[in-house]
Design a protein around this ligand. Structure first.
Ligand SMILES: Nc1ncnc2c1ncn2[C@@H]1O[C@H](COP(=O)(O)OP(=O)(O)O)[C@@H](O)[C@H]1O
Ligand SMILES: [Mg+2]
Length: 269
């Protein structure tokens, strides 16, 4: 079976960094990875070391294609994905292949206010709900910052929600809100990664505040990670230590997702 995983958290905590590394790790394991940049401040491609000139066409520009294929005004994005449910149905110009990963950009428009009915939210929801994954296909979504995403229901169809948290009250509170929201939406697995840790006491505080949200990795603050971003290097290639930690975290999450008892335990308690 394929997997759909979304990555959330407060702005600046490391969502994009984790997404880029996991995408390449899963690709190296033989997965067909679709990495979706769903942050309106799109920048996932930067973490792959890609220049601004090579970004793929945003998915929200597919309106005309949707209109043609569904015989509607182009807003029937759900209907489009029902008719074209395979990852391979997505036209090439919307998928940038890099480091063994297919990179998709949802849209660069920033919506203020409620934004729940914004086109990006509808797109993400349709993509995650109707896309039928083959074995070894993975959709990894780099969500917009904060607990609102692009319309909460847009992540309803995912297998797991990863929240990245840094040592900071607002980040911890955002993590708790996101986890609560994920639970309300029926997301089966909700886990956290603690990032930018500078001493073990910080990790203890995060653990105690997050309660029953499993922390699948703790990543130290490392100036080299920031430097890779500054010089627009591929984060995977420039930070072997980070990659190793995230490799173990990825294994933990896949074990949790595959474990038949994981959801039973929850039902019993
Ligand atoms: N463990 C870390 N140590 C030091 N800097 C980090 C670490 N993880 C991420 N960063 C840096 O923090 C900044 C924000 O990370 P990013 O992944 O873009 O966050 P988000 O996508 O959550 O906004 C980037 O400059 C990134 O290089
Ligand atoms: Mg980001």
């Amino acid at each position: 079976m394929g997997l759909k995983i979304a990555i959330g958290g407060k702005g600046g905590v490391g969502k994009t960094t984790v997404c880029a590394v996991w995408a390449q790790l899963f690709a190296n394991d033989g997965f067909d990875v679709l990495a979706v940049d769903a942050d309106p401040n799109t920048n996932l491609y930067c973490a792959f070391g890609i220049g601004n000139d090579k970004t793929p066409e945003p998915l929200i520009n597919m309106k005309q294609l949707i209109a043609e294929r569904t015989g509607t005004d182009g807003n029937a994005v759900g209907a489009y994905f029902v008719l074209n449910p395979k990852v391979s149905d997505l036209p090439d110009k919307y998928c940038l292949k890099t480091h063994g990963v297919k990179l998709l950009v949802l849209g660069g428009i920033k919506h203020g206010g409620a934004g729940c009915a914004c086109p990006e939210g509808a797109f993400l929801k349709a993509l995650l709900t109707y896309t039928i994954l083959q074995r070894n296909e993975l959709v990894l979504v780099d969500l917009a910052a904060g607990p609102e995403f692009l319309g909460r229901a847009s992540i309803q169809g995912i297998d797991a929600l990863l929240v990245v948290v840094e040592p900071g009250t607002r980040s911890i509170e955002t993590t708790i809100s996101i986890a609560k929201m994920g639970k309300e939406l029926g997301v089966k697995q909700i886990v956290a990664i603690a990032n930018k840790i500078t001493d073990s006491a910080q990790l203890e505080i995060i653990k105690s505040k997050l309660g029953d949200i499993p922390i699948i990795a703790a990543i130290d603050y490392d100036p080299a990670v920031q430097q890779a971003d500054l010089s627009r290097e591929n984060v995977f290639e420039s930070n072997p230590k980070l990659v190793e930690t995230l490799k173990q975290a990825k294994q933990k999450l896949t074990d949790i997702i595959m474990s038949p008892t994981a959801s039973d335990t929850e039902n019993k308690s």
